[in-house]
Write a new protein. Structure first.
Length: 572
């Protein structure tokens, strides 16, 4: 043993016999020891000297005394604590000095817990990466139960992470109540001077990252949400090469959805986790018990709402706020697009993403026709952003948060996805264009005047409206000769916003008068001149899980719809 460990062993010799060091954390070193009085194995945690100097013995013992009174089946109990101090220059003559004010080279702040013959949650995650959904939910619920009990006794943990969750016979035990509490109350500016921080950046709530002194139970709920996310997905919601990089994402980025990364995650679990990870404490669950209830789908658990929303600069808000309803409708269309690839999307798919302007860009353009488009596989957002003097296409990866500008799309508008999420169509200044994301190639497909919406079928056909009036055209996605899909009756009629139904043959579109705001949703079929009026009102149309989605008087509507015969049910 080293000299410092020799001193520690000597200081504790009348109660405990140190056997070996078994781990180190950010705040303490852990030793396996034998409790001489009770003849049992124990774990002794000894605070790092610089932290002990900041907290001081009185504060440490006071807070440990508070947490020692927590009695809960999922909280690791506390056996002992104190200041261990060598009273003689000769090692081996030791005693406990509970009235010591500051640690010396021969004194140590320590606390004693049961030795758990098992592993930590971190050990299990290192071995398995992802846990079975049922195991993850059960462990999260057990931790939530412990936290709810502690919170009701006015104790906030402040450092929930896999390292502090021990697994004994499969049962979760929360460890280390009290250390972060003591440090936060006593540290002040001296904590910063030591270079140490309270909490772990990966699981730290935004308010902790901002250095707020008053931390509530909602901060623990955030950390529990982050830990649950890692149990289910295999990595925390935010990662980075440095603590600063992680904190930056905690403050500004939105976590990627769970179900798009792991389809077996139930919608209620995803919504509960993402609600727990909200930036504002007021938007999270008020208690850990609410979080656990929401994961189980219980009515008592408040959940968040599915949404894609924009959070641009003030200038961007002036341009984009009127398009919020269209953004919601675009989400409905993106959900329906999941059918084109032959996969039925979940009935409820909560999506959260903040759409910020890319660095150096004036704003994310959410004007008409430029609403953010979610890829059919749910992993990417396509949107237009004004950078410098022109607008271009950008792609955001929802899992990593990475942004990519697509060269050759300057001045384009109204992007729409291919069913396989590998390509997009969009309208340039005079051409309908195809963008292949993997190669970066941008190809001209057909001439246009002022594009008014496009849709890409699973059969490799693109429908597009080339002008504000006139027909709806069709063109092979690989390029070729264009043909009329919907004939224009006269120049006063607008046919626009085509939308393929799941079979790749039938489609919806909006038909109306150029001189009137009134419009209707119609249904058509490739290769047929027969058309059918679906509604006497409407705008952008989408389809998902037997429902026609459209906007009416500023409200998102959903009505039963048979895509085979174009018949609409329910009340319009």
């Amino acid at each position: 043993m080293t000299e410092s460990v020799d001193r520690l062993a000597a200081a504790l010799a009348d109660r405990y016999r140190l056997e070996r060091e078994v781990g180190q954390g950010g705040m303490a070193t852990v030793y396996l020891a034998q409790d001489l009085k009770h003849d049992r194995k124990v774990a002794i945690k000894v605070l790092r000297p610089e932290l002990a100097a900041v907290i001081g013995a009185d504060r440490f013992l006071s807070e440990i005394r508070t947490t020692a009174n927590l009695q809960h089946p999922h909280i690791l109990p506390l056996f002992d604590s104190g200041v261990a101090e060598v009273r003689s220059s000769e090692l081996g003559v030791a005693g406990i000095g509970p009235n010591s004010q500051l640690p010396t080279p021969n004194s140590f702040l320590f606390y004693v817990m049961p030795f758990i013959d098992g592993e930590s949650l971190r050990d299990r995650l290192t071995r398995e990466t992802q846990l079975p959904v049922n195991d993850a939910v059960r462990i999260a619920s057990e931790v939530a139960s412990a936290l709810d009990y502690a919170h009701r006794h006015n104790v906030i943990h402040r450092d929930i992470k896999p390292e502090n969750i021990l697994l004994h016979d499969g049962r979760a035990l929360v460890a280390d109540f009290g250390i972060a509490l003591a440090a936060s109350k006593a540290g002040g500016t001296r904590m910063t001077e030591t270079g140490m921080s309270l909490g772990t950046p990966t699981y730290m709530s935004p308010e902790q990252a901002m250095g707020e002194r008053e931390i509530t139970a909602r901060s623990d709920v955030y950390a529990l949400g982050a830990m649950t996310y890692e149990m289910l997905i295999g990595e925390p919601p935010f990662t980075g090469p440095t603590a600063q990089a992680i904190v930056a994402k905690v403050m500004t980025a939105e976590p990627a959805g769970l179900m798009v990364q792991r389809k077996s995650v139930p919608p209620a679990v995803e919504d509960a986790v993402l609600t727990a990870l909200q930036k504002l404490p007021a938007d999270r669950f008020a208690s850990a018990a609410e979080f656990a209830a929401a994961m189980g789908g219980e009515a008592g658990g408040r959940t968040g709402r599915s949404r894609i929303y924009a959070a641009p600069t003030a200038a961007a808000r002036r341009r984009s706020v009127p398009m919020l309803a269209l953004g919601v409708l675009a989400l409905g269309g993106a959900l329906a697009a999941g059918y084109f690839a032959g996969h039925r999307m979940p009935a409820a798919l909560p999506i959260r993403s903040t759409l910020l302007p890319p660095p150096g860009c004036a704003y994310a353009d959410l004007s008409a026709g430029n609403v953010a488009e979610l890829s059919p596989d749910g992993t990417m957002l396509a949107f237009m952003a004004n950078c410098g003097e022109t607008r271009s296409l950008w792609i955001r990866n929802l899992a990593s948060g990475d942004l990519k500008q697509i060269a050759g799309t300057e001045g384009a508008t109204a992007p729409f996805w291919s069913p396989d999420s590998r390509s997009l169509g969009l309208f340039g200044t005079s051409q309908l264009k195809r963008v292949d994301l993997q190669s970066g190639a941008v190809r001209d497909l057909a001439p246009i005047v002022a594009g008014r919406g496009g849709s890409w079928s699973r059969n490799g056909v693109i429908l597009y409206a080339p002008d504000i009036s006139g027909p709806i055209m069709q063109v092979p996605a690989e390029g070729g000769t264009s043909a009329v899909a919907v004939q224009a009756s006269d120049s006063t009629i607008t046919n626009r916003l085509p939308y393929f139904l799941p079979n790749g043959r039938d489609f919806l579109y909006v038909r109306g008068s150029i001189d009137s705001v009134a419009s209707a949703i119609w249904a058509g079929r490739l290769g047929s001149t027969a058309k059918r009026r679906v509604t006497d009102f409407g705008s952008n149309a989408g389809y998902h899980d037997g429902q026609l989605l459209y906007a009416r008087n500023g409200v998102l509507m959903a009505q039963p719809f048979d895509p085979g015969n174009g018949s609409l049910g329910g009340i319009g």
